[in-house]
Design a protein around this ligand. Structure first.
Ligand SMILES: Cc1cc2nc3c(=O)[nH]c(=O)nc-3n(C[C@H](O)[C@H](O)[C@H](O)COP(=O)(O)OP(=O)(O)OC[C@H]3O[C@@H](n4cnc5c(N)ncnc54)[C@H](O)[C@@H]3O)c2cc1C
Length: 410
């Protein structure tokens, strides 16, 4: 079967692009090797950054410039005013809170305004503070950066394009036919369900498979060392906790970033990233949990963790390689032959990546609308589980010593 484009990988990048190319009239399919969003997207914190985080050093960095339009684009999609229509995507929160022990509001607020960011923080009174920040010493500010529930975002797009999204077995059921390195003439699939086969002849092949891009590029005869992975070790806490979405800042660094969601059993789950997760890669799960407990008792005085359970997960950020191994300033796109490889770098930049790839694509070849009936019997992928819902996850209760300290503090 002939196609305009074939996308590999159904995380934020691939699904946003599928929406864009489909609406532009392309005959396009998306192939997923695991579950949709299984790499980084479903495990991410879902913050629709507007750039403040990247200006805390006092400079308008390229990262901040590249990201500052994003909150408006996402807000309009989430309201269903523009495409993609994300009106079924759940919000974890309409804003983030910032707190620190020094005079945060003056510094962060001034920086945000000076650099023309669309979302800037505004300090709030003690009465307006969320419960989790009632005892924080120093200023608390509200930043109108929305926080989405990333799994519901993936579900939203997957539901709209289900007939164009196929499950593949990337190890045993995928072969490329190459005319030359980077020129894919055919993609042969074997169904993971019944062994039936499908041969696709796409004019353009697009890799948006996160960490999976390295292997796909090798299969297409291209170099894999254009990608880097930056590891994180994230912390989870669940139990009787107040809702909290925000960052505790320490100078130009984010000491902790906490996002919250209610799990299937009705418990509040905090997902904790930031500096603690960057440094956490040097610790095992038990040691990181101990570190996180003492860090949280400092940055969030007065929170009662006695009835909580703790867990951790490791995950790599997959990005285009940079000279110094640091975070790329924006999206990364590589083109060779008829193969395009893309990494959004941040969830929030998925629209920019889709725009960039769509603008380089040739016009749709076919004038008739895309008939997906040949794929009705092909299996479709599930959406990945949230880290806290994964089977076999180990949860630790508080050790008695810490619980006693908490009892005394309460
Ligand atoms: C812990 C964490 C927190 C984060 N928080 C934020 C945040 O708050 N805000 C923000 O903007 N960004 C955040 N990010 C970054 C953001 O999550 C990523 O930049 C973004 O999700 C990457 O999307 P992607 O589609 O490129 O990759 P992924 O989400 O990794 O998706 C890749 C997809 O490709 C599939 N795949 C892999 N191999 C193959 C193959 N051979 N064939 C077909 N399919 C394949 C995978 O199963 C997966 O579904 C966070 C990242 C992490 C790790």
């Amino acid at each position: 079967m002939r196609l305009d484009a074939l996308i590999f990988g159904g995380g934020a990048a691939g699904l946003w692009l599928l929406d864009r190319l489909s609406r532009d009239g392309h005959h396009v399919l998306l192939l997923e090797a695991n579950a949709l969003g299984a790499g980084q997207t479903v495990a991410s914190q879902g913050i629709i950054h507007g750039g403040l985080k990247y200006t805390l050093s006092g400079l308008l960095t390229k990262s901040a410039k590249n990201i500052r339009e994003m909150p408006t684009i996402w807000r309009d999609s989430l309201l269903g005013r523009v495409t993609p229509n994300l009106s079924q995507t759940r919000l974890r929160s309409g804003c983030c809170y910032l707190w620190q022990t020094d005079s945060l509001s003056s510094r962060a607020g001034m920086i945000g305004a000076r650099f023309g960011l669309q979302v800037t923080p505004e300090s709030i009174s003690i009465d307006e503070r969320p419960e989790a920040l009632k005892n924080v010493y120093g200023t608390v500010a509200r930043l109108p950066e929305q926080v989405i529930a990333p799994r519901s975002f993936i579900q939203d797009l997957a539901f709209q394009y289900r007939d164009r999204i196929l499950q593949i077995d990337a190890k045993r059921g995928l072969e490329f036919e190459l005319d030359s390195p980077g020129e894919v003439s055919a993609v042969k699939l074997t169904s993971p369900r019944d062994g039936s086969t499908l041969t696709l002849h796409p004019r353009q092949v697009i890799f948006t498979a996160g960490a999976g891009n390295a292997r796909l590029r090798q299969m297409a005869g291209l170099s894999a060392d254009v990608m880097q992975r930056r590891p994180l070790h994230m912390v989870l806490v669940r139990g009787n906790l107040p809702e909290l979405n925000g960052h505790c800042l320490d100078g130009a660094k984010t000491r902790v970033t906490i996002t919250s969601e209610i799990d299937a059993e009705g418990r509040m789950v905090w997902q904790i990233g930031g500096q603690i997760a960057e440094e956490g890669v040097n610790f095992d799960s038990a040691a990181l949990t101990e570190r996180a407990k003492s860090e949280l008792s400092i940055v969030l005085p007065g929170i009662d963790f006695r009835q909580t359970e703790w867990s951790t997960y490791t995950i790599d950020r997959a990005e285009g390689a940079t000279a110094n191994g640091g975070r790329p300033e924006s999206i990364q796109v590589l083109c060779a032959g008829n193969v395009t490889t893309g990494w959004p770098t941040k969830l929030v930049l998925a629209p920019v990546l889709a725009q960039e790839i769509a603008s380089r694509a040739s016009s749709p070849y076919f004038s008739a609308s895309f008939d997906t009936t040949p794929f009705v019997n092909w299996p479709h992928p599930e959406v990945a589980l949230l880290p806290w819902d994964e089977a076999g996850r180990q949860w630790r209760k508080l050790d008695p010593g810490f619980a006693n300290e908490q009892r005394r503090a309460a």
